[in-house]
Design a protein. Sequence first.
Length: 718
Amino acid sequence: MQTEQNILTGLNDKQLEAVTLPNQSALILAGAGSGKTRVLTTRIAWLIQTGQVSPMGLLAVTFTNKAAKEMLTRLTAMLPINTRGMWVGTFHGLCNRLLRAHHREAGLPSTFQILDTADQLSAIKRVMKAMNVDDEKYPPKQVMGYINSCKEEGLRAHQVEAYDAHSQKLREIYEAYDAQCNREGVADFAELLLRSYELLERDARIRGHYQSRFRYILVDEFQDTNRLQYLWLKLLAGQENSLFAVGDDDQSIYAFRGARVGNMADFQRDFAVQNIVKLEENYRSHSNILDAANAIIAHNKDRLGKNLWTSAGKGEPVRVYEAYNDTEEAQYIVDEISMLHREGIELGDIALLYRSNAQSRILEHALFTANLPYRVYGGLRFFERAEIKHALAYMRLIANANDDTALLRVINFPARGIGARSLEQLQEAAQQQSCSLWQAAVNKVGEGKVGGKGLDGFVGLIRHMVDQAYGISLAETVELATTLSGLKAHYQNEKEGEDRIENLDELVTAAVAFTNQDFGNHHNVDEELDLMTQFLNHASLEAGEHQAEVGREALQLMTVHAAKGLEFHTVFISGLEEGLFPHEQAAYEHGGLEEERRLMYVAVTRARQRLYLSYAQSRMLHGQVRYGIASRFLDEIPDSLLKRLNSRAAPKPYSSVSVAPASSGYPFKIGQSVRHAKFGEGVVVSYEGNADNLVIKVNFGREGMKSLAMEYAKLEKI
C-alpha cells in the first residue's frame, strides 16, 4: 500500500496545493499539458486514504468512458481499493445509472433502451411522417438539433417559447417525439440528463439521499459543461457538499455543442469559491511552442488568466510556410512528413490538423500519391457500422419487443417481403390502437409462423428468438441474433460481405470480453440489470464517443476539434487563412472570434517538439479558386518565435488559372467593415474568381452573404 507521502511524491507545488485543498469548493485552472488527470486522480486517492471519504462517498465526472476507465485504473494502482461500484463516469453514464436505480420514480420501464444519434433521427422521422410534416421545410437533422438544444437548456416542449408558425411546429414535433419515446420506453442521450435532473429536482427524498452520499463531487473538463449539466451538478452538491472543478477556459471550444464557458464564472459566484489554483507548468511542449500559444490567447478578453511555462528549454522555432496554392501547401507538408519519418519520427506521432473537414481532400490526395499511410481520426466506429447496428437491433427486440426504432431497422432486413405499404398500414394501426408497432403486428397476425413470409414470419422469428435466448450466455445471444435473423446468410451473398461477417464475429468476441471483464460493473451499471441490457447500453454510449481506429502505424489527420486532449511529437496546422481559420462565420457570431482563437490555442498546444504553420495564397474550394490572406493568428505570434521557411514576392499561377493580386494589393482586407449603397454595412469575408473577374464576398448581416463583382461593387471603407 502506498503511503500518503508516496501518493503525493512527484507533484509540483501547485499540483500539491490542488490535491490537498481543504473540504471547500475549488476551481483548478489546468493549462494544456499541466497534469490535470494526475491531479484529479491523486485528489480522489488522497481523500480516500486520509479517511475523509469512502470510495462510495464521492462522485467523479469525466467527458469520455475512456477517461473514466483510465481514472479507475490509476486509482487501483495507487490504492488497494475495489473500484467496483464507484460513481466514476460520464454525465450520460452516471445519469443512466441513476435512472436505472429509480426508473419508477422517473417514469421509465426497468429495461428502457438508449437511442444513439442515428436511432434518434429515425424516431424523429417517424414522428414527422405521422404528423404529415414536410421534411424539406423541417429537415429532420435540424429538428433533432432543436430538440436536443431545448433539452440541454432544461426545457420541455411546453416550456419552449414559440414566436411564429415555424417555431410552433417545431414545438409540436418535440412534444409528439417526447410522447412517442415515453410510449416506447426509450431515451436519447439528452433525455438521460434532463430526466435525471427533473427527478432530482422534484423528489426531495432522492435528492437528499444523493446529497448525503456524495460529499465530494469532482468534475473534469469543466469548461465543456453545458447549462443543464451545471444545474445537475448544483442539485447534487446542494448547500453542504464541495465541488472540485478542473478545467481550462482557454480550451473551451465546444460552444456549437452547447458548452458554456460562462459556467466557470457562475461556479465561482454560486459556490463562493475562494480556492482558485492555476496549474501553469507544462510537461508537454518546449517553450517556443508555449510562448506562441500564450501570445495568441492573450488577445482574448475576459479570461480567468494564466501563462503556460516549461523547464524543458526553448526547443525549435515555430516553422511558417507560405504556399502559392493549396496543392503546393499539401505537397510541402507531405515532403516534410516524409523527411521526418526518414529521420525516425513515427508516423503515428505526427498530426495534420485543419479547421474543417472540407480541407482534408487535397491533403489526402497528396498523401495517397506519396504512398504515405494515414488515418482520419474519428472515422466510422465499430458500433456505428450498419451490420453491427442491425445485430444490436435484433438483440434490443429480444430484450424489449416494443422498441419501435429497433423494429423499424430490421423488420424488412434481411428482406422478408414487408413493403412500404404494409409498413404504413402497421404504423396506422399502431397509432389508432395507441400501442407499439410490435403489439400492432401481434394483434394483426397472432403468434406468427417461424420461417413464414412477411409480417407473419417476422413476428414468429422474434418470438422464436426470445424463446431461444432464455438462459443462454450473452455471446450465445449475439450468435443467435446474427444467425437466426439471417444477417450472416445475407452478407455471405454480398460481393463485399466478408468484412461484414468478420465484424459480426467480432461482436461475439466483444460480448465474451464484456462478460469476462465484468465490464458493466466497472462502468457503474446496477448489478440487478441483466447482462444483455448492460451490453446494449454500453454499445449505445460507446457509439456516441469519438475514438481513433486501432491499426497499423499511420499519420493522423483530424480537425482541430477532434485533436482536443491529444498530443504529438510534430503537429502541422494547415489552411491558416482569414475565412478558413478563423472561420468566416466567426466574423459575425457573438464570441465567435474568441472561440476560434481558443481553437487555435488548442491546436498549437498539441505539439511537443515541432510545430508547422502553413497557409496558401489561393485555394480551390467548392469548385472555385479562392484568394485569401494570412490568418491574424500568425500576426499575433512574435517574430522572435518564428522561422519563416520562404517568402513570396509575387503569387504564382494556380495551374492554368490566373490569380488575384497579392494580398497587399486587395482593395479591402478580410474582416474589414465596408458599406454598400443597397445592402448597407457589412464585413469582407473572402475573394473568389480570378484577376479579370474578381468576386468579393461580404456578409451584410440581416441582408445575408453577398457575392459581388469587384469591378461593379462600389464598396466604401468604414
